[in-house]
Design a protein around this ligand. Structure first.
Ligand code: SAM
Length: 326
């Protein structure tokens, strides 16, 4: 069986959010004000995730990325990774802020995780603290060190660039990639922040990042899968790689292969979907595997053509990034 939408896109990637809680409050994601969280009873239990992922793997999902909120704040995550591994997911990864990664890395590898993405939005301690509203710079760098020393490959570091906040660090991030031989990815700021402060002029485009880096170090394109979010480049003269993720300035919806499962069991066919689809109720109402699979097929068939950020009258979804799962 395969998951195909009405535009003929094959769905092979699943992002699984395991919590809407996070120990960071990044300015482009969360609010400084208190936020409400999903009550524990609304979160999917591990065995509920396992059942859904098993069905989805049977329908053609090949890559699973565990995310949140911050996935490492949910107790039992290593056991969950092991369950996913046992289901035969052949590309198992996680996106994390890295805060507790140094001490958790070995456990994640032992559980069967293949690769990791770590968020790092500034190389300047003081600015990092302002962006994340935490004092955790050393721990995150230690997390990156631990990931690089482990079997996890590739190790990708993600920075969301916001004009006026960290756009002065493009070249420094490129140097970081070169010095450490890692993949540094630059993500355009999307209108998914809790404060609803996003404006188009805060977006630092992938084209600008390319221009600035290649003016110093010539870049060579790296072949990528059509459905990959990043345009990838290596440095002509040395190690390290950069990735440009440009959902605002160069949408890649036409090759989208992703589905998202939220921590409260909603299936989303796009980050910017207006509606999500309640699989938790279906699970908890005693539906059979066949009924759940039929519902998933019907949901996927209706996946939207694109995110419409650049269309007049665009409105962001009511859920923000932290409660969807990035
Ligand atoms: N807590 C983990 C972390 O920090 O990576 C995983 C969840 S976080 C929501 C996933 C990714 O979404 C991170 O790379 C984060 O930087 C990114 N993100 C959050 N808000 C965003 C926004 N408004 N625009 C673009 N990316 C965003």
């Amino acid at each position: 069986m395969s998951l195909t939408d009405k535009f003929g896109r094959q769905i092979t990637d699943l992002r699984v959010s395991v919590t809407d809680r996070c120990n960071f409050r990044c300015v482009y994601c969360r609010s400084a004000n208190p936020e409400t969280h999903m009550p524990n009873g609304e979160l999917l239990e591990w065995q509920e995730y396992e059942r859904l992922v098993r069905l989805l793997v049977g329908m053609g999902i090949r890559k699973v990325r565990v995310t949140g909120g911050e996935p490492l704040v949910r107790r039992g995550i290593e056991g969950f990774i092991a369950r996913l591994n046992a289901l035969g997911v052949n590309d198992l990864s996680m996106t994390t802020n890295g805060y507790t990664l140094a001490e958790r890395c070995n456990g994640l590898v032992a559980a069967g995780m293949n690769r990791i993405n770590i968020s790092l939005d500034s190389l300047n301690r003081e600015k990092f603290e302002r962006i994340t509203r935490t004092k955790t710079f050393d721990q995150v760098i230690a997390g990156i060190d631990a990931a690089q020393a482990s079997k996890l490959r590739p190790v990708k570091v993600n920075a969301v660039l916001v004009r006026g906040i960290n756009d002065d660090e493009v070249e420094a991030f490129a140097e970081f990639a070169r010095d450490r031989d890692l993949i540094m990815r630059f993500i355009e700021f999307m209108p998914l922040d809790a404060d609803r402060a996003w404006t188009r002029d805060m977006v630092v485009t992938g084209a600008e990042v390319y221009r600035r880096i290649s003016a110093i170090w010539p870049l060579v394109p790296v072949v990528h899968e059509r459905s990959e979010t990043a345009r990838k480049y290596r440095f002509a003269d040395g190690s390290g790689e950069i990735g440009l993720i440009s959902p605002v300035s160069q949408p890649f919806c036409g090759a989208c292969s992703r589905l998202r499962l939220t921590a409260d069991g909603k299936l989303r066919t796009c980050l910017f979907s207006k509606d999500d689809h309640d699989l938790r109720s279906l699970l908890r109402s005693g539906a059979s595997d066949q009924e759940i699979s039929d519902e998933i097929l019907a949901i996927v068939a209706q996946k939207e053509k694109g995110h419409r950020i650049n269309e007049p009258g665009f409105l962001p979804p009511s859920r923000t990034m932290v409660s969807i799962g990035g």
